[in-house]
Design a binder for this molecule. Sequence first.
Ligand SMILES: Cc1ncc(COP(=O)(O)O)c(C=O)c1O
Length: 391
Amino acid sequence: MVARKPIIPEHGSLVTSPLDKPTYVTSPALPPLSEFIEYLEVIWKNKQVTNQGPFHRQFEEELAKYLGVQYISLFTNGTLALVTALQALRITGEVITTPFSFVATTHSLWWNNIKPVFVDIEPDTFNLDPKRVEAAITPRTTALLPVHVYGNPCDVDALQEICDTYGLKLIYDAAHTFGVKFNETSLVDFGDLSILSFHGTKVFNTFEGGAIISHDPSTKKRIDFLKNFGFAGETAVVAPGINAKMNEFQAALGLLQLKYIDENIAKRKAIAKKYREGLKNVRGIRFMDDMPDVKHNYAYFPILVDEEIYGKTRDELYGELKRNNIYGRRYFYPLISSFPTYRGLESANPTNLAVASRAAEQVLCLPIFPTMVHEVQERVLDVCANRDSAS
Ligand SMILES: Cc1ncc(COP(=O)(O)O)c(C=O)c1O
C-alpha cells in the first residue's frame, strides 16, 4: 500500500491578509518544527514510543519543577485524568459540581457511576459558589469537583473549609489553569488532587495530554498503577486500571513547550490588555479583570453581552463576528445540566442555577492566542464596538 501525502489546504496559497482566513477562538502554540524533529530523532533511535520512556520521565520531572509541585502523573488527556482521579480516591455516591464547565467534568462522574449534584456559580468568577454548597450536601456526598473556570481561582479557602468540616474530598478540574499562581502558590497545589489538560486548545499543549497533581508518594503510586492497567510489576495487577498513559511523542513535545510557555503567556497577557483597553467604553459589554494575588495565564478572554444595554444579543454579536471570519466560542453554553444525560436530575433544574443560566446566555470568548496578529484583534474590536471597518 502506498502512503498518502498530507493534504495542504488549497486556500493557503490564496490568502493575502490574515483577515481572509478564519480566526478561531484559539490556535495551538507549537514550537519550531526543526526543534521537535530533534526529539523525534531520539525516539526513532531509542525505539521507545510509550510506557514511561525517557521523555516521559524527564517531562514529569521538569513539569513538576516548572509548576512548583512535588507529585505529578502524566496522562494521555485531561478527561482520563479526571476519571482516574475519582478512582484513585475511591469516590462514590454523590459529588457536588458546577454546570458551567466543559462536559468532560460531569462525564467523568458519570463514567464512575457517581451522581452529579449541580450547584450554582458565583457571579464574578463563574466558579462554584461555596455559599451554596452546604445546602446540597447529603449523607451520600463524598466529594466536591469544582472547576477553576478560565483559569480564575475558585474560593479555595472556603471550599477547603467545607470539605474539612464535612469530611469530603476536594478534586479540582484545573484544566484551564496551567501556570496560574494564587498567593505565590501554584493553583494546582490546592485540594486533594488537581487535574490539568494539555489539549491543543489549552495554554500549554502536548497535542493532547493531561496530568494529575497529588500530594504524597503513595497517592502518586496508586495513580500511576491505575493509568497503566493496574500493573504494579511485570505480572502483578493490583487494581482494575485503565490505559491512560502519556506517550513519548506527547512527552517530548511537552518538554520542548516548557521552553516557550512564559513567552506565550506574556503574549496572551498583551492581547488581553489590548482587549480591555478597546472594550472598556463599549456599553453593554463586560469583561473580567485580573484578580488580586493571582498570576493569570490569560487562557480565555470571555466577555458578557447585556442585550438591554448593548442593543444586540450575544448570539447576534457571535454571528457578526462569524461574518467577519472570526469564530468566538460560547464557553460555556449550553450548561452541562441541560444536556439529555443530566437534565432529569433534580439539581439540574434551571431555577436552581440562575447565575449559571444567565452567564451561559451572555458569555462569548473572543480569540486569544500567542500568534494572533494586531489586524485581526482590531477587527474583533471593531465588530464588538460596531465600528465601520467591520463588514
Ligand atoms: C474544564 C475542562 N475539563 C476537562 C477537559 C477535558 O480535557 P481533555 O480535552 O484534555 O480531555 C477540558 C477541555 O478539554 C476542560 O475545558
